[in-house]
Design a protein. Sequence first.
Length: 261
Amino acid sequence: MKSRPKTRVLRFFIVALPALISACSSSPNSPRSLSKREKIDGLMKIASAAVAEKDSISALETLNRIKELDDSIPQEHYLFALAYLNKNEMALAEASARTALGLDPKFTAAKNALGKILLDQGKLNEAEPLLKSAASDILYRESVLPKINLGILYFKKLDYVQSEKWLNQAISEGGAITCMAQIYLGKIMLERNELAKADRHLSSATKGACSGISEAHFALGQTLVRQKRFDEARSKFIEIQRLFPDGASYEKAAEYLREIP
């Protein structure tokens, strides 16, 4: 992900957790042990919350407890994949996503997860059918995610027509995460030298949920340079240095600043 998108890229709906230590039977003074199913359900909610909070260590610890109780639950291996992905452990993430799909070949969220993992590894041809299948599931509440992933995939294949199609479909669904689609639409317009459109998409992308993604800011800076709006471009690259003061982004912005007339 070079500068990797933050995103949220995956959202979880967290509900109130049940008591995990004991539960009451018909008599309030008669505690009973939780059943295996109840333990798993409670732990699964904790693991989901930890993954959503990017607390990969807690997620993996909880998932290992679930694994000791039952190693055959697709959702468990899907969450393993997301936790490993958050730690950038790509081989482990891929293996877990494949296990989830092996247990449930119709698990749409796992298809998107595996497709995204393969996309990030540059395995575009293998990722493509998984993401298309996930994007076509009309019951998948997060179908915007595989559509954005397909837009990125086709951008990497230099198939800008297909990329634009999927990115526009994602935008039509709405939501904060569609700023990622705006980034890649802006980059497509920049490639086509349609600078006004690139400016519009990238200006939108650098606000809100994607404001912390340096890739969007650099693309907007490049657009301003091509438009010969040099003062605005200079301000943008100075802003990038302020927003991303550590590492390669700062130095890359410095290079652009040296080249601006």
